[in-house]
Design a protein around this ligand. Structure first.
Ligand SMILES: *[C@@H]1O[C@H](CO)[C@@H](O)[C@H](O)[C@H]1NC(C)=O
Ligand SMILES: *[C@@H]1O[C@H](CO)[C@@H](O)[C@H](O)[C@H]1NC(C)=O
Ligand SMILES: *[C@@H]1O[C@H](CO)[C@@H](O)[C@H](O)[C@H]1NC(C)=O
Length: 807
């Protein structure tokens, strides 16, 4: 209650009866929003009137300005009651004091009392913001402490019931600062307590609450919406701190290596990232390019692992305003087997001597491959038909060594093709041919075509005639294979062989130094030496047998009867000699041999042709018919002995025959003989003749006796050898026993005679039983009585022909 009201009440209380027409002021207070019939106060009592008196006096309430009354007086009780809901805010608005003025009018007597009704505020309104949503745009770069005033909230109530404070939804960035303005209203500001980050939160919505001080308290809210505006506060960020990628060499141009990507949290131009290579070597710049927009790195040059095994690039990512960051890109280049192995000949012993020891090093080879890993594992091989192998001593070094002895004469040079293959897939390989020649060593002696040669030369050859030629071959090189021939010194019959034969040192042709005489020796043997020109020289030898072939150069020699004039030879022929009986025998020899010594006998002249006949080959003179008395006592025969040579040679002799039984007739012989040259010789000859004749006669008697005894039994064997004393053989008659191809042709038949044609028998002997001992010594055949006999020799070939034949 107001003080004024109290005073008025006191004034009213004291002289109530005094105030009749005087207007008394009644002051009442009522809270707003009370129910109807709410008793504000008792007017009757306050005026000191009886309640009946009021109705009696027709008490009524009037308003000064005839606006709404809101209250009335209850005439029965005298109470002032609320008749209509009172809203202070409707009546008074924002005014702090609100009162209604009434007048109480009484009649009989008229009395007017002023009534002042104060309307008391109650908290019936909530604070209210002008807008439900308060929007701000704040740049994220805003500093801490920056303030942003918020709209003030209003409460229709007054006093304590008006807005008393604000609260803000709890958040990270903002706090609230509340202030009082000049008219006592409260307002708030947003204060930035922590910097904003658009990239973290683009929009912030906060509930702002305004509260009043009533009971119960009322509040109102608004939504504060903060849009955070971007600032270029972010640098581009790569998705990886380092990029690492493998790239095979020889990758085709344009191939993508990797795509780098950086993101910028900023917006718009602030977040637009472009890429470029930064800080790259010149070499890498030629090989790689980057797409400005996409960050794709691609190959633009030839990548070679052998040049560089890895590259390091720096890529810069830059946003619109220019904030940049860089990232490292490591590109590991992987090897591709694109390099064939290389073979390098480090050393070569060329030529290699053929006597090189097995296992000796001939060449050193180095193999290389620029690739790596498996791709540089090199395997070396070469054709295996050569006597070499590769030894791997040190890594990637190979030594070529011999596996077998070399022989220049068999293989003088080698082409060794070495193939190196790497371990890549597919493998690459390369090859190299080493030409290796083998140099000569004098390791081959000359070798004669034949180990022994036979040559035939006709006797009486001219000095200097070539007899034959020998050939020795030496496969060595040049002087090591140059053959020189010589004769090994030896002696033939005490004479150095060099006086018989000579050899051409270069050609191997053997010449006769002198003319040979078959009758002197028939063959000679000589050792021929061939020697090469190496140092030391090597040599070998062969035997050359020279056979001298016979020529008909000797006339038959008549041994019996003695040549004319030398002796007196007269045969006695008994008168009773029958036809066919042997009278005498001409004995001749020929120093030649074979056909040349095959003698035939003919009577060329005779005193009485037809009386005697001649054995063509036996030389036997036989009586052809029975001797008659009319036949001349002295018979003279001229006999020709001819050999079978070409041309034949012949000799003649005379045989004197005396047909007589009486030796007394012998003196007559003197007449028929030729003049004696020496009486002494003659007497010797006579003795010889007589003894031979006696011998013959004895022989004939013996034969006759045998015939007589054995009637038809054929003749006795006649050993012609007995008849020919060895002393008659010519002193130079020699027989060289030969060997060789002539063996068969030297077989001869010796016909020895007895008393008749039919009693001939064959006696065969062969030369091949004996050979001339080494050294070719000639022997006199002293003990061979058949040597002087007829020899049928089938010589073949031309005497002058050079002939060396295989033995
Ligand atoms: C080696 O090669 C050379 C040249 O190609 C050739 O003249 C020679 O005959 C070859 N030698 C062998 C043994 O193949
Ligand atoms: C001959 O052989 C010797 C070794 O015996 C050798 O030194 C020489 O070089 C060879 N001569 C030729 C021409 O090959
Ligand atoms: C001849 O050669 C043989 C072997 O071929 C040898 O035994 C002999 O001693 C050599 N003779 C001479 C004189 O050199």
């Amino acid at each position: 209650m107001d003080l004024n009201v109290l005073l008025s009440a006191l004034l009213l209380l004291v002289p109530v009866s005094l105030v009749r027409v005087v207007r008394a002021d009644l002051n009442y207070a009522v809270p707003e929003q009370t129910k109807r019939q709410y008793v504000i106060g008792n007017i009757a009592k306050d005026l000191g009137l009886d309640a009946k008196g009021l109705s009696h006096r027709k008490a009524r309430i009037d308003t000064e300005d005839s606006s709404k009354r809101f209250c009335d007086v209850d005439l029965t009780t005298g109470n002032l009651i609320v008749t209509e809901t009172i809203d202070r805010e409707e009546i008074c608005g924002p005014r702090t004091s609100c009162s209604l003025k009434y007048e109480l009018v009484l009649q009989n007597p008229l009395e007017v009392h002023r009534i002042s009704l104060e309307i008391q505020d109650i908290n019936d309104n909530s604070p209210q913001f002008p807008k439900e949503r308060i929007s701000f745009e704040i740049r994220e770069s805003a500093d801490k402490g920056e303030r942003f005033p918020l709209d003030e909230a209003h409460d229709l109530d007054t006093g304590r019931n008006a807005v008393q404070g604000y609260t803000l939804q709890k958040n990270e960035n903002f706090i609230l600062s509340v202030h009082e303005n000049a008219d006592g209203g409260k307002y708030a500001e947003l204060v930035l307590d922590k910097e904003l980050d658009r990239e973290q939160q683009t929009d912030i919505e906060l509930v702002l609450t305004a509260t009043d001080g009533g009971h119960p308290q009322r509040s109102g809210t608004a939504l504060v919406h903060v849009t955070v505006l971007d600032a270029n506060d972010n640098i581009p960020v790569f998705t990886q701190p380092v990029y690492r990628v493998s790239l095979a060499e020889n990758t085709p141009l344009g191939t993508e290596v990797i795509t780098v990507s950086a993101t910028d949290a900023d917006e718009g131009a602030n977040g637009d990232v472009t890429y470029e290579l930064s800080r790259v070597t010149e070499k890498a710049a030629k090989l790689f390019s980057i797409d400005k927009a996409s960050g794709k790195i691609s190959v633009r040059g030839d990548i070679d692992y052998e040049e560089e095994t890895y590259y390091e690039l720096k890529v810069q990512a830059k946003d619109g305003p220019g904030l940049a960051s860089t990232v490292k890109i490591i590109i590991d280049i992987t090897d591709v087997n694109d390099n064939a192995p290389k073979i390098i000949l480090k050393s070569l012993n060329d030529p290699v001597p053929e006597d090189t020891a097995v296992g000796a090093e001939v060449a050193i080879i180095n193999v290389q491959d620029k690739d790596s890993g498996e791709n540089r594992q090199i395997h070396c091989s070469f054709q295996n038909n050569v006597p070499f192998k590769l030894n791997s001593s040190v890594k990637n070094y190979f030594s070529l060594v011999t596996t077998n002895a070399l022989d220049r004469e068999r293989e003088a040079d080698y082409n060794i093709t070495i193939t190196a293959t790497d371990g890549g897939s597919p493998p690459l390989s390369s090859s190299m041919t080493i030409h290796l020649s083998v140099s000569d060593v004098n390791d081959n002696p000359p070798v004669f075509d034949e180990q022994s040669y036979s040559a035939y030369v006709a006797e009486n050859n001219k000095a200097g005639t070539s007899i034959c030629s020998v050939t020795a071959r030496d496969p060595d090189w040049r002087q090591n294979g140059t053959v020189l021939y010589s004769l090994l010194p030896s002696e033939v019959n005490g004479v150095p062989v060099s006086s018989f034969l000579s050899i051409n040192a270069d050609t191997g042709v053997i010449h006769a130094v002198r003319s040979f005489d078959y009758e002197q020796f028939r063959s000679l043997k000589v050792q021929v030496v061939s020697r090469d020109n190496g140092s030391p020289p090597l040599s070998s030898n062969a035997t050359v047998s020279v056979f001298i072939t016979d020529e008909n150069d000797n006339s038959p020699q008549i041994l019996y009867p003695a040549p004319e004039g030398k002796s007196l030879m007269t045969e006695m022929v008994p008168k009773a000699a029958l036809s066919g009986s042997l009278v005498s025998k001409v004995i001749a020899v020929d120093a030649d041999s074979g056909q040349n010594a095959w003698l035939s006998y003919r009577i060329v002249k005779s005193t009485d042709p037809g009386l005697f006949s001649m054995g063509v080959h036996s030389g036997e003179i036989r009586v052809q018919r029975d001797i008659s008395e009319s036949d001349s006592m002295k018979q003279n025969l001229v006999i020709s002995v001819r050999d079978n040579g070409q041309p034949p040679l012949s000799a003649t002799c005379s045989v004197y025959l005396l047909i007589s039984d009486n030796l007394a007739e012998v003196p007559e012989l003197k007449d028929m003989t030729y003049e004696e040259k020496s009486s002494k010789l003659t007497s010797y000859l006579i003795i010889a003749l007589v003894s031979v004749s006696t011998f013959f006669l004895t022989f004939i008697i013996l034969i006759l006796a045998v015939r007589f005894c054995r009637r038809r039994k054929p003749r006795l064997l006649f050993d012609g050898a007995v008849a020919i004393p060895s002393a008659y053989l010519p002193p130079n008659y020699a027989e060289v026993e030969g060997a060789g191809t002539l063996r068969s042709s030297y077989n001869y038949d010796a016909y020895l005679t007895t008393g008749s044609h039919t009693s001939d028998f064959k006696f065969i002997r062969s030369y091949n039983d004996s050979t001339l001992p080494a050294g070719g010594t000639l022997k006199m055949s002293q003990n061979d009585p058949f040597g002087a006999s007829m020899i049928a020799l089938n010589t073949a070939g031309d005497d002058d022909e050079i002939m060396c034949s295989k033995n």
